[in-house]
Design a protein around this ligand. Structure first.
Ligand SMILES: [Zn+2]
Length: 491
């Protein structure tokens, strides 16, 4: 009896302790302050005009280089020459491979490790042209917004980097460390064929014995906290990318006439496999940047359970993971995902399938690997007659640290230009060129200092009506100018 009372008292004490921690952890919503006005320093309109000019080059990439209109890339290079004469006068410019651009802005200190600012020149196809509000390569300026393919992915970022450098050169600024501008030609097709895009630029740098102090590429941005129920905006700085792999589960059968079917056709077996795969418990894990993101953002979240569990993450990690896995967005942060995306049976309704297959697109958490995921699928579908193969995959396991000078400066500048914005590291689901640069750099960050509105408003990236608001373009250029000037390196 006494033991029971002691246990009860201890449990009550623990709960009180956890509630006390939660109360201390909980932050009041701060104000969502207006961003800094820089219209006298860098007018939005000037950057908008540059963006429109760059959008007019239809630099659509394709995994088959024969299908690319390379003259549009040549045109883009000419437009950049016209828009940015100081950059072209001051920096060494090289074409790597066929159309990748590599600029080197020589620094005053040859011992300081260089920085690389990345962007991709290419864009995705426009889809149904007639569905667009304005022609996709018109760069139409409607007074508020610039319209066109590449407006937010990522000719905005490319123009921002070029404008920042052009303006600094014109101010007489000389960087301390070398600044490289690396503009790949085929990010949107994942640098296919291999060694033709960012992978080629990065290995060229490596072969020259260059290691970089920091790489900055597209990825995270400043977004509204709406999707998480947070009042403030938050800046998501990508420090890691999930791996990507396509698997095919194939049922090899004899085929034949559908009037005399076996008990299970290949397609039937695949159906059962699909159910098992979707139902299977997937391992849940908090990788360090996701843990840090939760610790930074959870205090502002309205859900008590998330604040309580995160405030007591050292005691409740398992339960927290289970709660997170209930939301598709957060589940993708804490586990490898398996999406059944494609299927094929026979070619005709009265023919039994011979080699039916199911396609699984998987996004892999760092710490797990491509073949490990294949084995998981094999074990889960639990049918030796089914074959599981990998059709396409890429993965880097690297996680960039979030306690570096670079991350700190990105945080500070976000506070300067977008006051009241929360900053957190995050795990990106999609791939970027930057994953190729881990061979020359440990500190690879994916962040565009642009406001992209609420979670669902992706400004039409990879969709029709891609656009970029003009308001804020000058601010992003100021951000980048300060970044170049104030980055002091890790050493
Ligand atoms: Zn992009």
């Amino acid at each position: 009896m006494q033991i029971l009372l002691v246990l009860l008292a201890l449990t009550a004490a623990l709960i009180i302790f956890m509630l006390w921690r939660t109360a201390r952890f909980t932050k009041k919503d701060g104000e969502d302050l207006p961003p800094l006005d820089v219209s006298d320093r860098v007018p939005d309109q000037e950057i908008a005009d540059h963006l429109a000019a760059v959008i007019r080059c239809a630099t659509v990439s394709n995994a088959d280089p024969e299908k690319v209109d390379w003259s549009e890339f040549d045109r883009l290079h000419r437009v950049l020459e016209e828009l940015y004469p100081a950059v072209h006068r001051t920096m060494e410019k090289e074409i790597i491979g066929t159309h990748n651009l590599l600029f080197r802005w020589k620094g005053s200190d040859p011992d300081a490790k260089p920085v690389a600012l990345l962007a991709h020149q290419d864009v995705v196809p426009v889809g149904d042209v007639s569905a667009w509000k304005y022609p996709p390569f018109s760069g139409t300026d409607d007074g508020e917004v610039i319209w066109g393919r590449g407006a937010c992915d990522m000719k905005n970022h490319l123009v921002m980097v070029m404008d920042a450098c052009e303006r600094l050169i014109n101010e007489g600024y000389v960087p301390e460390r070398d600044i490289y501008l690396c503009f790949g030609q085929n990010e949107e097709v994942g640098c296919v064929p291999a060694m033709t895009g960012a992978d080629l630029i990065a290995s060229t740098l490596r072969d020259r014995g260059i290691t970089l102090d920091l790489v900055l590429d597209e990825g995270g941005a400043i977004v509204s906290g709406d999707t998480l129920g947070i009042k403030q905006k938050f800046a998501m700085i990508g420090v890691v990318e999930k791996g990507f792999a396509d698997y095919r589960i194939t049922a090899h059968e004899k085929g034949g006439h559908s009037a005399r079917p076996p008990k299970h056709t290949g397609l039937g077996k695949l159906g059962a496999a699909a159910v098992r795969l979707e139902k299977a418990k997937k391992p849940l894990r908090l990788i360090p940047p996701v843990r840090e993101m939760l610790i930074r953002l959870a205090p502002y979240m309205p859900q008590f359970i998330l604040r309580f569990l995160t405030a007591n993450i050292d005691i409740c990690e398992g339960l927290l993971l289970k709660v997170l896995s209930l939301s598709p967005l957060m589940n993708a942060m804490v586990s490898t995902t398996y999406a059944l995306t494609q299927a094929q049976g026979s070619e005709q309704d009265n023919v039994l399938p011979k080699d039916a297959w199911l396609g699984v697109n998987s996004r892999i958490l760092p710490g797990e690997d491509i073949d490990g995921v294949r084995k998981f699928i094999e074990k889960t579908v639990d049918d030796p007659s089914l074959e599981v193969t990998i059709t396409k995959a890429h993965q880097v396991q690297n996680i960039s640290p979030h306690d570096t000078k670079g991350f700190e400066l990105l945080t500070e500048l976000t506070g300067r230009y977008y006051p009241g914005t929360l900053v957190a590291p995050y795990q990106q689901f999609g791939g970027t060129d930057s994953r190729n640069y881990y061979i020359v750099c440990d500190n690879v960050y994916r962040f565009m200092p642009f406001c992209i509105g609420s979670g669902d408003d992706t400004l039409g990236a990879h969709n029709i009506d891609e656009h970029m608001p003009k308001d804020g373009l000058g601010r992003s250029v100021c951000f980048m100018m300060d970044f170049i000037k104030e980055y002091k390196g890790e050493a």
